[in-house]
Write a protein that binds this ligand. Structure first.
Ligand SMILES: NC(=O)c1ccc[n+]([C@@H]2O[C@H](COP(=O)([O-])OP(=O)(O)OC[C@H]3O[C@@H](n4cnc5c(N)ncnc54)[C@H](OP(=O)(O)O)[C@@H]3O)[C@@H](O)[C@H]2O)c1
Length: 258
């Protein structure tokens, strides 16, 4: 007998990693509820994969809209088996003119919206089969990087949130996986004006994640060499890490952008 397709709610599916992940999961036969503010790419996927896609578009920083997405998913499916919270944004801080509004924007999108999604997702996951919550954080949290005050803080917050949730949800058998990517070539990183070592394509990143979801590890971190290097750096004494970080700032300043 054919296996029942997994029902997955994926956020941030309109571009970059989320769009590539949507493709990979749809090709594997999963059914997807897709969220993002830009509806056209989601509708395109619905056309290309008839019967597999539920479009639940909207702004994830608006708690009421997220609750409406959850209600729509419940109405169509009754529950979800996997939730992948991937939507996110990145803006870099210029400490010469620290902009608290920028800080708020990034934290709102990456952290508050994650809270709204978790609020909507948990009742759905409780109705799911072998429920699995996946949060896309970042390898940026292994090591503080210059200009990443807002993004890094939001991602560190996300990591703590998911790791803490993992403990509290264990007795309900809801597994939690944290995804920690290095640099991926997406619209988000195309704005970066600095070298991005070991950059991978969104397709490669999506294939890497999709291949590991079934095993539901605690963490999916890649590319391996990049993560290994970051972990080594994180082991260095604090003064040496600061020294390296300052050199990165100086490099950026000589390039005229910090
Ligand atoms: N690219 C990298 O190198 C990298 C590395 C580590 C971690 N990550 C993480 O990977 C995730 C995906 O990033 P990406 O690189 O694929 O970026 P991206 O191409 O800019 O995609 C971001 C996605 O999030 C959605 N989104 C943003 N704000 C939203 C909001 N308020 N409401 C609903 N949807 C929203 C966007 O859709 P709309 O704009 O249509 O709403 C888009 O689909 C992010 O969490 C990012 O932090 C990326």
């Amino acid at each position: 007998m054919a296996e029942t397709p997994r029902r997955i709610w994926l956020t941030g599916a309109s571009s970059g990693l989320g769009a590539a992940l949507a493709e990979a999961l749809l090709h594997s036969g999963a059914h997807l509820a897709l969220s993002a503010r830009t509806e056209a790419p989601l509708a395109q996927l619905a056309l290309r994969f008839p019967g597999q896609v539920l479009v639940v578009a909207g702004d994830l920083t608006d708690r009421q809209q997220v609750q409406a997405m959850g209600a729509a998913i419940e109405q169509h499916w009754g529950g979800v088996d996997t939730v992948i919270l991937n939507a996110g944004t990145c803006e870099y801080v210029d400490t010469r003119h620290f902009d608290a509004e920028l800080f708020e924007r990034v934290i709102r999108t990456n952290l508050f919206a994650t809270g709204y999604c978790i609020e909507a997702a948990l009742p759905l996951l409780r109705q799911g089969v072998r429920p699995h919550l996946v949060g896309v954080a970042s390898s940026v949290t292994y090591l503080p990087l210059p200009r990443s005050e807002a993004y890094g803080a939001s991602k560190a917050g996300q990591r703590y949130l998911f790791e803490s949730l993992r403990l509290d949800l264990a007795h309900e058998h809801i597994d939690v996986t944290v995804v920690s990517p290095g640099f991926i070539d997406t619209p988000l990183t195309r704005k970066n004006d600095f070298p991005m070592p070991m950059l991978v394509s969104a397709r490669q990143a999506a294939a890497y994640i999709a291949a590991r979801l079934e095993r539901r590890p605690l963490e999916i971190a890649f590319p391996t060499l990049f993560i290994g290097a970051l972990r080594l750096l994180a082991w260095l004494p604090a003064w040496l890490r600061v020294w390296i970080g300052k050199r990165l700032v100086r490099q950026a300043t000589t390039q005229g952008d910090a």
